[in-house]
Design a protein around this ligand. Structure first.
Ligand SMILES: Cc1cc2nc3c(=O)[nH]c(=O)nc-3n(C[C@H](O)[C@H](O)[C@H](O)COP(=O)(O)O)c2cc1C
Ligand code: SF4
Ligand code: SF4
Length: 288
């Protein structure tokens, strides 16, 4: 069996989940190809693959613009390839489910068979910073779920997508983020803490940052992935009107998972429900 992973990840969460899924599939003898979605990235002919994973983070109850653009570049027919959506979001709220609606429509119009989606909660890269304990508990939930869910995908299981009218409507309305982000991105600025290292410019998936006079200059094509500000070693990038929601610096997923009493107060009930669902499954031996 051959599998193609087309994955967009702004700050690494979706990449981390999809690479772990790919490792599971490799253990089962699946030949895997991983493509990082970026502006002008390669587009593989899906007809040569039995499975295609489309990975993305939820942005304002949608997939990011770059994912829609990538789907438009895919070949016209999905052939016999079974497609699974794998997404990450910062919270387990049901409106995040609607983010698959337009992705599904675009893929279906092109003749792709979307068999289901898997949604993993990972720490916020914007809005507020989760504790590392929360990040570790989220990651353990992924590790518990993956062996079962990867087997389901390999078996070709069909799972109805949760894209009912209410979720679809919210997702449609918040697609305003797509035309808004290039405007908001124009307001990104580096502070005097910037050392001119160029990491932000090298990493931007939209090639939207150029260096001038040792400082980054932001263009008109931002998609709000926050890779630049999240990854800046000096925390020197202010993200315009969104600056109050800025989160900077990698999470440590390897520590002690947050106990129930340490689960963050925001959406606590939903997080606990999500964790407890995953914790019915055993943690794989090699991950203990
Ligand atoms: C512009 C933007 C919008 C976001 N919107 C949502 C959202 O609607 N719901 C949610 O739960 N998380 C939201 N998040 C959080 C991300 O989905 C979450 O942190 C994700 O795991 C990031 O994945 P990545 O590291 O692969 O980019 C948003 C993040 C950004 C940058
Ligand atoms: S990553 Fe940060 S320090 Fe480096 S050039 Fe960009 S803004 Fe400046
Ligand atoms: S400018 Fe920053 S937030 Fe905008 S697309 Fe580039 S890396 Fe992402």
């Amino acid at each position: 069996m051959r599998a193609l992973f087309n994955v967009f990840s702004g700050t690494g969460n979706t990449r981390k989940v999809c690479l772990a899924l790919m490792e599971e599939w490799k253990k089962s003898g699946v030949e895997c190809k991983y493509v990082e979605i970026e502006k002008d990235c390669e587009v593989r002919d899906t007809a040569n693959f039995d499975r295609m994973v489309l990975g993305y983070p939820v942005h304002a109850f949608n997939a990011p613009q770059i994912v829609f653009d990538f789907i438009r570049r895919l070949p016209e027919s999905g052939g016999n390839t079974l497609v699974y959506l794998v997404k990450t979001s910062g919270e387990p709220l049901k409106f995040n489910d609607g983010s698959c609606a337009h992705v599904f429509d675009l893929l279906k119009r092109k003749g792709y068979k979307v068999c289901g989606e898997y949604h993993y909660v990972m720490p916020y890269n914007m809005i507020f910073r989760h504790s590392d304990g929360m990040a570790a508990r989220m990651w353990q939930a992924v590790l518990r779920r993956l062996p079962h869910e990867s087997a389901e995908m390999l078996a070709g299981k069909t799972i109805p997508l949760k894209k009912g009218p209410a979720r679809r409507a919210v997702s449609f309305l918040l697609r305003i983020e797509h035309p808004a982000m290039p405007l908001i991105g124009r307001g990104f600025r580096a502070t005097d803490a910037c050392t001119g290292c160029g990491k932000c410019a090298r990493g931007c998936p939209q090639k939207n940052i150029t260096m001038a006079g040792g400082r980054p200059v932001f263009g008109n094509h931002c998609i709000g992935c926050v890779r630049c500000s999240f990854g800046c070693p000096q925390d020197a990038i202010k993200i315009g009107v969104l600056n109050g929601w800025r989160v900077n610096g990698e999470y440590d997923f390897s520590g002690e998972p947050a106990a129930d009493g340490e689960v963050c107060r925001y959406c606590r009930k939903s997080y606990l429900k999500y964790f407890r669902g995953a914790e019915k499954l055993p943690l794989p031996r090699d991950k203990k």
